[in-house]
Design a protein around this ligand. Structure first.
Ligand code: F0G
Length: 450
């Protein structure tokens, strides 16, 4: 029986991978302080740490790379990138950045005051950290279904609109420099935001004179879910759905390492010319001139192609289908997974898989380590380690790089997780030994609780 999706490409270049012996994996993990961010990638068999910058580029992207213009100012590759972003978003002002968080930093440095409050359906970790670093207070407003890993609701990435109105009443619109919608909602298990919710949020924003910004890292996957699940959008070109979504917003920040199908890159797109000028001046200070923003001409050229490829419905059907297949198979094996699977990743509920490990002993981190030991698979904790006090669930994310892994790779992951589940009572908790602050998960060291 087929997997339920159709391949939209075949392989032209291969990258060898190898599986270390179990004893070697044990030693590497110990040396890494039980933090998989500290492992060497050669020591990993299947790398599901992130879908960010880890995708495979197409032949058209590689061809664009060779043809790129590396001029410091006014490069042809910048113009191709600029036109692509303008035509997708409909926004007149575009600033390239070397990745998403640089756009975040420049945007928040140009808009936040001490005491500013920034609502978001759910902040991604770097977004939260940037708001905090620049004196603001990040507030997450997910809908209640987002916290229910079993609810089959279609748009669990939505923002709580009543909560948003209450927040505006409490703090006053003047203290809220922007409202953010993260599409898809990465920290809420990669769940999509409906067009209806985006419209409702944009109406509230407009009524109070507050700009609405999209965190558009995975906007194409989000628009594909809208096409699949929301009434009135079935069969529409994804590009058209994207235009409608961006049309509701005043600007966007994007990590183009996701739905830009690039290995590096990001941007900010704005309607407000005065804000654009402020951000451009800061960009020149920290990233580079406004026609390259920390990127090589070839990166911009590859993104100009990748941004369009990511809107192709057959590519998106395969992408979302592959993630859904993994989630469905894991669930069938009795692994507790957040339901339904998101656009870019399957999230395993570590607290339920390892009920003998209390939250204080970091069940997500324990599961990440067990999965590496069992199958050389690297995943990432999205729970108390990454989110600290803000964590509402103890999840482990299996993020699928774009156009990289085949069904056999994912079957290996399913087998490895099933073996962890069979011997779950042998998995021990973890204790934070070193690391603090909102970005501690990148550098922390842990000790097993034995
Ligand atoms: N916003 C979202 C929703 C993200 O998922 C990320 C990155 C960023 C912003 C920051 O972009 O990495 O280009 O600076 N997410 C990656 C991940 C790192 O693994 O989910 P960046």
């Amino acid at each position: 029986m087929g997997p339920g999706w159709r391949r939209a490409y075949k392989t032209k270049v291969v990258e060898p991978i190898r599986l270390l012996e179990r004893a070697e994996r044990e030693q590497r993990l110990l040396q890494a302080g039980y933090n998989v961010f500290r492992l060497d990638s050669e020591d990993i068999y299947i790398d599901l740490l992130t879908d960010s910058g880890t995708g495979a580029m197409s032949q058209a992207q590689w061809a664009a790379l060779m043809d790129a213009d590396e001029a410091y100012a006014g490069s042809r590759s910048f113009r191709a990138f600029h036109e692509t972003v303008q035509s997708i978003t409909g926004m007149p002002h575009v600033l390239p950045t070397h990745q998403g968080r640089a756009a975040e930093h420049i945007y928040f440095a140009s808009t936040l005051d001490r005491g500013s409050v920034v609502p978001n359906n759910t902040h991604f970790d770097t977004t939260r950290a940037n708001v905090l670093a620049l004196g603001g207070r990040p507030v997450d407003l997910p809908v209640s279904e987002a916290l229910d890993p079993d609810s089959a609701a279609s748009f669990k990435g939505d923002m709580d609109v009543d909560g948003l109105e209450r927040l505006i009443r409490t703090h006053g619109a003047a203290r809220i420099p922007a409202i953010f919608l993260t599409v898809t909602n990465n920290t809420a298990a990669g769940q999509p935001v409906s067009m209806a919710n985006a419209r409702a949020v944009s109406e509230v924003a407009r009524a109070h004179g507050i700009p609405l910004m999209l965190d558009a890292a995975r906007y194409a996957e989000n628009c594909f879910f809208v096409r699949e699940r929301e009434e009135g959008y079935g069969g529409l070109p994804v590009t058209e759905i994207a235009r409608e979504l961006f049309g509701l917003a005043d600007g966007c920040l994007m990590s183009a390492k996701k739905d830009g199908l690039g290995n590096i890159g990001g941007f900010m797109a704005l309607r407000d010319g005065a804000l654009f000028q402020r951000c451009r001046d800061r960009l020149i200070l920290v990233e580079g001139f406004s026609t390259y923003g920390g990127l090589a001409g070839r990166d911009l050229a590859a993104l100009a192609v990748g941004l369009r490829e990511a809107l192709d419905a057959s590519y998106l059907a395969e992408r979302v289908g592959q993630v859904r297949w993994l989630g469905t198979r894991l669930k069938a094996e009795g692994i507790p997974v957040y339901w339904p699977p998101g656009g870019h990743a399957v999230y395993v509920d570590a607290a339920r898989l390892l009920p003998h490990i209390p939250v204080g002993q970091l069940p997500g981190q324990a599961l990440v380590c067990a999965l590496y030991l069992e199958g050389g698979v690297r995943a990432v904790e999205v729970g108390s380690v990454m989110l600290g006090e803000a964590a509402q669930m103890e999840l482990v994310r299996l993020a699928i790089p774009r156009r990289v892994y085949a069904q056999e790779h994912l079957a290996w992951v399913i087998d490895a997780l099933s073996r962890v589940r069979e011997r779950s009572d042998e998995v021990v908790g973890m204790r934070l030994a070193e690391g603090e602050g909102p970005l501690r998960h990148f550098v922390a060291r842990f000790d097993p609780v034995i």
